[in-house]
Structure formats: structure tokens, C-alpha cells
Ligand binder design. Structure first.
Ligand code: 0WD
Length: 256
């Protein structure tokens, strides 16, 4: 059967048990992988420690990595190198936009809000890929999380949609650069899932209801579904795939 035993992955963006990154962690754990968790804000550390301690086996390494700071990324990956040597992949499940800008009209986005959303939600992937490359001498796989709002206009997604479009192009350019090092870079475009970040999106319930009624599979996406696809993308099973955006959204992206 399928196994990722002996492989080590960095998981960025577990905020709580509802986080998509936590769904990925559970799937990776089932596959026998070793994990290193990173968190952005100090206040998230406790929650990540509590969650990771529920996984049986040897305790995971937990480190701070505030993606808005180059020093924080450098320090984090230097520590990973010291503690584990090499890694086989990274799950980038990090995004942020000011709540005020996920409401009303996109045309009113401020310069500051625009740059913040792009910094945390897109540039962070470039910066992390650069640091991670140094400790992936055997090659590896990088997976990020995106949303349909990066491809078309979705209500209230606004500046985050523009940042996701940037993230998706980022995946293509990174995959082009890193392919020669046998590092693959792909995105998962997840259907809406009720998480802490989703709280920032107005009328989220209406969006979920629409998926239940209109998506081919007539149900909303679960973190487990995203987790299992991430395991596929992180494993050798997907060795021929890079620069791709896989929709794990009950098929909703083909509608409308
Ligand atoms: O419906 C959804 N929830 C979807 C989410 C649908 C499709 C895609 N996504 C994407 C999100 O845009 C994001 O890229 O999936 C990714 C993860 O989203 P999530 O699981 O919904 O989000 P959440 O559980 O809120 O975790 C997001 C985390 C932050 O939590 P805290 O509490 O620490 O702010 O993003 C991280 C952080 O862990 N984050 C940062 N990490 C490092 N440095 C930073 C930062 N500066 N800012 C936010």
C-alpha cells in the first residue's frame, strides 16, 4: 500500500482544528510521513502544539515562520536543516487580507491592503520555495492552497482573488525554475470550507449552500478531501505533475 514513511514535510498554516493544513496533516500522518509545523503569530503556537500532540508517534517539530519577515523564514528553515537535515516537501496553506477589503467593491481596495494580501498570500510562496529548495537536495514537492476566486470573480473575495491569481502564476513560474532540481510546485484549488479565514468572507453560508445545490457532487468540500489530494501531490504518485492547479471542489469550477 501507499506510504510516505521516511519522508519529511513542512506544514505551514495550521491555525486550529478546522484549518485546511490540519486536514493535510492528518492525511500525511496516515501515510506515515514525518511533519514539521510552522505558525505565523505567537498566539497560534499553543493551538498547533496541542493539535500536533494528538498525533501518535514521535512529537513533531513546531517552529515560528512569519512569512512577512525574511529573517523569520531564514531562521525557520535553518532550524529545520539543523534538526532534520533534508525535507521532501512543503505545504503552504497561508493567506491573509484585511476583513474590510473582503466586503463591498474591489475598486475601493487600498494600496496597503492590496500589498499586504499579495505579500502574505502570494510572495510568501516564492520566499518559502527559495528557502526550502536549499534543503531539498533529492528534489521534492511544494503544494499551495488557492481558490476559484483567482480565476473568476466571486462575490466578496475581492483583493484575495487578485492575490490568488498572483499565487497561481507564482506556481507556474516557480515550477518552471525548480523543475531542473526535481522540485514540483502545484496548487490545490479547494472549494469553500468553514475555517477561521473563511469567517472573513461575507455571506459564506450562501456560498456553501450554492455548492450543495449546484456542484456536480452536490456537497461541500472537506479538509480530508483536500488532505488526500495533497498527499498525492506530495508523493511520487504525482511525479509527472508540476505547475498544475487541481480543483478539489466537488466539481464546482465547471459550473456557470
Ligand atoms: O474556504 C476556505 N477556507 C478556503 C481556503 C478555500 C480555498 C482556499 N483556501 C486557502 C486559504 O486562502 C489559505 O491559503 O487555504 C489556505 C488555508 O486557509 P484556511 O485553512 O481556511 O485558514 P486558517 O485555518 O485560518 O489558517 C490560515 C493561517 C493563519 O492562521 P493565524 O491564526 O496564525 O492567522 O494562515 C497563516 C496562519 O497560520 N498566516 C500566516 N502564516 C505565517 N505568517 C501569516 C503570516 N504572516 N498570516 C497568516
Amino acid at each position: 500500500t501507499f506510504s510516505l514513511e521516511g519522508k519529511t514535510f513542512v506544514i505551514m498554516g495550521v491555525a486550529n482544528k478546522r484549518s485546511i493544513a490540519w486536514g493535510v496533516a492528518r492525511s500525511l500522518h496516515k501515510a506515515g510521513a514525518k511533519m514539521i509545523f510552522t505558525y505565523g503569530k505567537d498566539r497560534t503556537e499553543k493551538s498547533v502544539r496541542e493539535l500536533s500532540s494528538t498525533l501518535e508517534g514521535e512529537p513533531s517539530i513546531i517552529l515560528q515562520c512569519d512569512v512577512t519577515k525574511d529573517e523569520s523564514i531564514e531562521k525557520c528553515f535553518a532550524t529545520i536543516k539543523e534538526e532534520t537535515g533534508i525535507i521532501h516537501g512543503v505545504v503552504h496553506s497561508v493567506a491573509f487580507a484585511n476583513k474590510e477589503e473582503l466586503d463591498g467593491e474591489f475598486v475601493n481596495t487600498s494600496r496597503e491592503g492590496f500589498l499586504l494580501a499579495h505579500n502574505i498570500s502570494s510572495f510568501s510562496l516564492t520566499a518559502v520555495a527559495k528557502a526550502a529548495k536549499e534543503i531539498m537536495p533529492e528534489g521534492g514537492s511544494i503544494v499551495t492552497m488557492t481558490y476559484l476566486g483567482g480565476e473568476r470573480v466571486m462575490p466578496n473575495y475581492n483583493v484575495m482573488g487578485v492575490a490568488k491569481a498572483s499565487l497561481e502564476a507564482n506556481v507556474r513560474y516557480l515550477s518552471s525554475d525548480l523543475g531542473k532540481d526535481n522540485i514540483r510546485v502545484n496548487a490545490i484549488s479547494a472549494g469553500p470550507i468553514r475555517t477561521l479565514s473563511a469567517k472573513g468572507v461575507r455571506d459564506f453560508n450562501t456560498i456553501l449552500k450554492k455548492i450543495e445545490e449546484e456542484a456536480p457532487l452536490r456537497r461541500t468540500t472537506t479538509p480530508e478531501e483536500v488532505g488526500d489530494t495533497a498527499v498525492f501531490l506530495l508523493s511520487d504518485m504525482s511525479r509527472g505533475i508540476t505547475g498544475e492547479n487541481i480543483h478539489v471542489d466537488s466539481g464546482y469550477h465547471i459550473i456557470g
